[in-house]
Design a protein around this ligand. Sequence first.
Ligand SMILES: Nc1ncnc2c1ncn2[C@@H]1O[C@H](COP(=O)(O)OP(=O)(O)OP(=O)(O)O)[C@@H](O)[C@H]1O
Ligand SMILES: [Mg+2]
Length: 388
Amino acid sequence: MQPSPYTPGEIARAVPGRGELIEEFNERLSLLVDLQRLIGRIHVAFGERGIGKTSLLRAYQRLAEERDVLCIWVTAGEQSGLIAQIIDGIREATSSWPQATEASIRQHLDALTVTVGVPGIASVSAKTTRRTAPDAVGARALEKLIRATTEDRKRVKALVLFIDEVQSADADGIRTLAYAWQHLQAEAPNIPAAVYAAGLPNAPEQIADAVTFSERFAYRPLEMLSVGAQVAALRDPASELHVTWEPDALELAAELAVGYPYAVQLYGDASWVAAGRPDAGGTITPRHVKTARASVDRDLRNLFAARWANTTANQRRFLVAVAWLQANDDAVDRGDLADVLDVSSRSLSSVRARLIAKGLIRSEGHGRVTIPVPGFADYIRELEDDPR
Ligand SMILES: Nc1ncnc2c1ncn2[C@@H]1O[C@H](COP(=O)(O)OP(=O)(O)OP(=O)(O)O)[C@@H](O)[C@H]1O
Ligand SMILES: [Mg+2]
């Protein structure tokens, strides 16, 4: 008996299907480390809940750490604000450094802390300045802090800031970060630093609302996994434990998970259990996958129920309409939705935006939307058949 190597609800150990992004990151990493250059654009990967954003950032972090890059990890959304979180991260990472270096960094940390203010008070003063000039002072102070942190090249080859859940970052924080990066780009292209962020599908919009020059950001949508990537995600962890999946079992699991990474992990995990947590030499067959199905469905239904419970009546009407219309067509037209819901198409904008922000629907351009997470539309249609 061997424990399951799958990771439902946890950081994935490998990220099959993200090869192009990993390749791009590796290429940037050599600019950063080998050529000691600034990565001028802030990279933002975005996608639905459970599509693999955090796992991707963690994979980037592993690659960077292998090359002695100092990695600062922030999960945005804390009350104190993004910049205060970055300050805390840098303070923690550098506190054990030799005194001389640390003293210089600390001086810049303190200067930046003063300009962004004490948590709580910061948010008040930030609101009052929102419509005036951008936080130029904070951006300068952050820029100096980045320079100071990367100064001792014997200690750090480069610095990467990772920002998860970037859609929850405060607008002032985003603005300060973006301006600091703009300055560095113009004045210090030889500072080896980069920012990699991830967020829900509304992240690009949130960022565009905070800063006017959002073309300085490089956005990368995360898609559902291809069949090949799903197969790798199922096969490789098993084969490390000398367990094989029959080809038909792989095909069935990939077909049922429809490319949704969380579902792939659920299928891997439940099939492993159904196969009796095989020893080396064991095999996973289509029968095991079929047995797994009931437990995966239950887990997914729990997930969907939680998401459904977290919507308003208005949002539910919208989702129900999309779920039914989507049954006939790939993406749903704004006009068709307005017809079905018997409202003007303009009046749908705000509910649409909220659902995109929650990651429940995805915009496909030209006002068209889909419910992208596999199975969620079916779940909604079934609820309607059997209202409780
Ligand atoms: N490339 C991948 N291949 C297979 N499984 C993956 C991949 N990426 C992530 N997963 C799995 O998918 C699930 C969701 O991953 P992760 O937490 O990284 O997603 P997320 O987009 O950050 O989700 P959330 O929006 O809820 O924070 C996890 O079970 C993880 O192990
Ligand atoms: Mg995440």
